[in-house]
Design a protein around this ligand. Structure first.
Ligand SMILES: [Zn+2]
Length: 173
């Protein structure tokens, strides 16, 4: 187990991957599919694992850090639709919390932006995380959608107690 990195350390280490995230966001918007990768950490260094592409819209299988003999610490993925907001969806957050990540980065077109957030270790995060199991129990699409909306509301209500901004950057053309 690696030591938790501070927000300042994360910012410094993530800055150099912004051009890669910009490049992937543009490609993702061109092809209309999500692209993303897991960030690995080894000896306090952060680096990206293999870039993966979503089947249609959502990425179902990320490549972790085992091939690099490293530990997963975070992720990046795109929201390539014209209305894709550069914010994590409730299901995104649940998914990466379950993988034990310390941060996540998301890019979007509305606005044309990349954001990275630290996932905080707070009681509010624990409460949110407990409710994530609703996503594995929905009855049909409509039920899933309703649960997504409820979780989105829960996430927004406690946004600053669950997430702390590390990077906020407009994408350069
Ligand atoms: Zn997403």
């Amino acid at each position: 187990m690696h030591a938790r990195l501070t927000a300042k350390e994360l910012k410094e280490k993530l800055e150099k991957y912004i051009p890669l995230m910009e490049k992937l966001h543009k490609r993702s918007t061109d092809i209309g599919r999500e692209l993303g990768f897991i960030f690995c950490v080894k000896d306090q260094n952060i680096f990206p694992s293999t870039v993966v592409e979503g089947e249609s819209r959502e990425i179902s299988e990320f490549v972790g850090c085992e091939p690099f003999d490293a530990t997963e610490i975070g992720s990046f993925h795109t929201h390539p639709s014209p209305l894709g907001v550069p914010l994590p969806a409730a299901q995104d957050l649940c998914y990466f919390m379950e993988r034990g990540h310390q941060f996540l980065c998301v890019s979007g077109n509305l606005p044309y932006y990349i954001g990275c957030w630290e996932i905080l270790d707070t009681p509010e995060r624990k409460e949110f995380e407990k409710k994530c199991e609703v996503f594995s129990q929905c009855k049909d699409l409509q039920d899933c959608w309703r649960k997504e909306l409820e979780m989105e509301e829960e996430m927004r209500k406690n946004w600053n107690k669950i997430l702390r901004t590390i990077i906020e950057k407009p994408i350069k053309d």
